[in-house]
Design a protein around this ligand. Structure first.
Ligand code: HSE
Length: 428
């Protein structure tokens, strides 16, 4: 056997603990598969004394992750600290500068600094790998980078925040409003320390930016994503959508267009009988469409100790076997800087509005839609109150720009009781 691959692990939270457990439990299996031992030599975390239920005596301890990254007895620096800046970034930079390969689960770090970090790693002849950063246990980075390398990707989609999917499915199942389920998710410990990362679509946006880079050969562009979270999704929309055969999902979509790279992370309606529509609770799903392969659907646990540590070990095993792929599937210096394109592809839209219940109100709305060139596919009026008439409309395919024009026109009719809700229906 060749010499052991020596790991330095920074961060002993849920994921770090999981990596230590796999390395210990599967030491023989990993060595057999890699042809060499995977050995943890040093660790670092915020608190040395905390009881984590782990056997850590055999490993050297560093208080400072940068010092850990620079140790001579570390070949691979495993960054499981988190955060887009601060110690995680400093330690990854130090690891690369001292000739270490890096494995990270840090989507925020790569979404914001992926390009310079990948360039630095490649210039140093080292690898920077991040399987665990996207969709937890689903090996989607490997699938895109290797298994689908012969394809031109045409579209990449994903439900990649388990917490949001849990909230949306629980709202529908229990017929509960957003606020109640958000509180439940918080009590269950599902939410990130800053819940906006989850419900604001930011965490899922970080993941989409990384997938888009590999799929389309572009520099990571998190700021180019149109992001909208799930905070404004009401139980009424979930129930009405379900009644019409749709489910609401926080869906990321990336496509290369003639105008540039379109990246959206927003609530969408998808057919309830589609794989995405059937996705329950905290499970993640990624859909890749390639010109040769057609559609690939991968689903699985997107978070948690075992799944995320499994993904970290996948990268570690590649390095142990001597497989050093470029971070984003091709040399970072080749990645293009695609302009961010607003979504212009036509799609059907779901519209819900409350009209003042008076003669001609519905006709005025239909006229505005017609004048914007928007055709109505389905319409229903339901649940009258004394003064308002809730109306649901599903349009034929139209552009977001035409729809926005129509929404502005509707506001000027004076027949709306409140702002209309508009949700894109994604063809999946
Ligand atoms: N908070 C994330 C989720 C976990 O709910 O999916 C990892 O990004």
């Amino acid at each position: 056997m060749t010499s052991p691959l020596r790991l330095g692990i920074a961060g002993l939270g849920t994921v770090g603990g999981g990596v230590v457990r796999i390395a210990q439990r599967h030491a023989d299996l990993l060595a057999a598969r890699a042809g060499r031992q995977i050995q943890i030599t040093a660790i670092s975390a915020r608190s040395r004394d905390k009881d984590r239920g782990l056997r850590l005596n055999a490993y050297a301890w560093e208080d400072d992750p940068v010092a850990l990254a620079q140790r001579d007895d570390v070949d691979v620096f495993v960054e499981l600290i988190g955060g887009d800046d601060g110690p995680a970034k400093a330690a990854v930079e130090a690891a690369i500068a001292t000739g270490k390969d890096v494995v990270t689960a840090n989507k925020a770090l790569l979404a914001h600094h992926g390009q310079p970090l990948a360039e630095a790693a490649e210039a140093a002849g080292r690898a920077l790998r991040f399987e665990a950063a996207v969709a937890g246990g689903i090996p989607i980075i490997k699938a895109l980078t290797e298994g689908l390398a012969g394809n031109q990707a045409t579209r990449v989609m994903g439900v990649m925040n388990g917490t949001c999917n849990y909230i949306l499915t629980r709202m529908e199942r229990a017929s509960l409003p957003y606020g109640d389920v958000f509180a439940e998710a918080s009590d269950l410990g599902y939410l990130e320390a800053d819940p906006t990362l989850d419900v604001g679509g930011i965490d899922a946006g970080h993941k989409l930016a990384l997938l888009a880079s590999i799929a389309f050969g572009t520099q990571v562009d998190f700021d180019g994503i149109e992001i909208e979270g799930i905070e404004r999704i009401s139980i009424e929309d979930i129930e009405q959508a379900a009644d019409m055969g749709y489910r609401v999902k926080l869906l990321g979509v990336a496509r290369m267009t003639g105008r540039g790279l379109e990246q959206r992370m927003s609530p969408c309606l998808v057919p309830a009988n589609s794989p995405l529509g059937q996705l329950e609770n905290a499970t993640n799903m990624v859909v890749v469409e390639g010109d040769a392969v057609g559609q690939i659907v991968m689903s699985g646990p997107g978070a948690g100790e075992g799944p995320t540590a499994s993904a970290v070990m996948s990268d570690v095993m590649d390095l142990a076997r001597g497989l050093r792929l470029p971070t984003f599937g091709q040399p970072a210096s080749n990645l293009t800087k695609a302009p961010a394109a607003e979504s212009a592809a036509a799609a059907p839209f779901y519209l819900r509005m409350a009209l003042l219940d008076k003669p001609g109100a519905l006709a005025k709305i239909a006229t505005v839609l017609g004048e914007a060139g928007i055709s109505i596919d389905r319409m229903r009026q339901y649940g009258h109150t004394d003064t308002t008439a809730p109306v649901l409309i599903v349009t034929h395919k139209t552009t977001r720009a035409a729809l926005d024009g129509a929404l502005a026109g509707m506001g000027a009719t004076g027949v709306l009781d409140s702002d209309p809700v508009a949700i894109r229906i994604e063809e999946v």
